[in-house]
Design a protein around this ligand. Sequence first.
Ligand code: ADP
Length: 521
Amino acid sequence: MRKIALILLLIFLLPAVFFSAYEISTLSRDEEVIYQIYQDQLDGILYSANQYSNDVLDGWVAKIQTGLETTFGDSIPEKINTLLELNPAVSLIFIGDTLNVSESIQVFSYNDSLRSDEFRKKLASTLADESLRIKQLIRYKESSFQKKEALPSNLNELRGLVLMSFILETAYNGKYVCGLVIDPNLFIEELLGPKLQEIAQDKFILSAYNKNSEIPVYVTNDNDSASTVTIAQTKDLWSLPDYYLGITTMGSSIQDIVNDRFSTNLILILLLDVILILGVWLVFANVKKEVSLAQNKSDFVSNVSHEIRTPLALISMFAETLEMGRVKTEEKKHEYYSIINKEANRLTGIVNRILTFSRMEANKKALNIESVDLNETVRDVLSTYEFHLHNKGFTHSFDPRLESTIQADNQALVEVIVNLIDNAIKYSNSKKHIDITTGQKNEFGFVSVRDYGVGISKQDQKHIFDKFYRVSSGDLAKSRGTGLGLSLVKEIVEGHGGYIDLKSEPGKGSNFLLYFPLNKS
Ligand code: ADP
């Protein structure tokens, strides 16, 4: 059995354990890869939103460029005019000659306070303060790189707005320092917003934040709860330095999905392991049962051979003595005949038991159920057995308490009672007494056979009704048997729709109670 257990362990459990351990260890790695891919994807989406806002700014820069190409005097050039008119996010446009910014700067705006001469001067001085950055922008322009840069400003009029500066060049008039003052909130709401909406569809929630505030400037989902959604990924908005974009998946977050997948997979793997362990355990239990049955069967063969050999040897010995005419007195002859007869009966008994068993096994023995007076049947058995019991030195008592009849096959009933009495005789030591009782419990009538013999341990009680099972330890092995008696009793009782109750304690004796259905009519 240990070998079988080892083989099962090696073939099924070990690979399963290794596989599970491997799967569990790679599981978190897989999830990490999935998570990374997802993050990259989100990053790409934010990148495209950034790219879009950059394109919008570039479009404006291009419009100012065309405006510059047309000569302008005191009046706002038409292109710049339309730009201001169509884009409320653009609060102001300025243009100045790079060679003399402070003097040449012109400001275009629909906002009166921004159009004032006073503000124009302030702006000019701010630009003069930032001359280093502007020079840098010029250098970029000379190497054909159109860079836009947000300049820091502490002008009151520009609070909350973004001052963006860049260099433009016209073929005839040289380089210009140009700039846009952008209202970031309007820019995000009116220009970037629709684009975010388009990207998000119903798969993502995109939002834009000011770095100094928790509350989003814009969220693609109208739902109020959107502002409380945990952001999966953020990215600075290139064009507006104080702002950033956030993205999260609609419904559960990526982390949630990944965690969910992880736990589902883990549970599945563990479930599989449990099923496998159960399966292996089942196989093992079955194999164990088969092996012990095979063992019992082989014991049975040797027991039966021994059982048969003893009476045969006696019969042949006494028959031979008689045949040779060595027995002189009639009395002795009579004694020998009766021994031969008794041993032949014993043989018949053994053979009958085996036959009944094999017939029961093949389900051939149909029970002939009728109304039976159990007290009567017990009395019959006892009167037949009286002599035998007495011969073996046994005393007995019978207490009939059952008042109704039961439904049973009388022949089978006799067989089970005889079996129990036989066992009581076989497994008793010095106290040779048997108590037999009948009675009623619920819907059943019972017959109880109690002895004061060797008793049966709790462990053996589980098995004695198994086919071929015999208790092998102690003195019991000395008394011969087939191990079929009780399995036959069990089969017959259950065939009647009844059940068996056993109370036994080693050294104190056993009490077998057989229950049969009462006769209803
Ligand atoms: P057998 O008596 O031929 O061995 P049974 O099926 O009748 O086979 O009994 C199975 C085993 O149960 C016996 O080997 C014996 O150990 C135990 N047994 C049965 N009846 C008794 C009893 N009255 N007292 C003690 N042990 C018993």
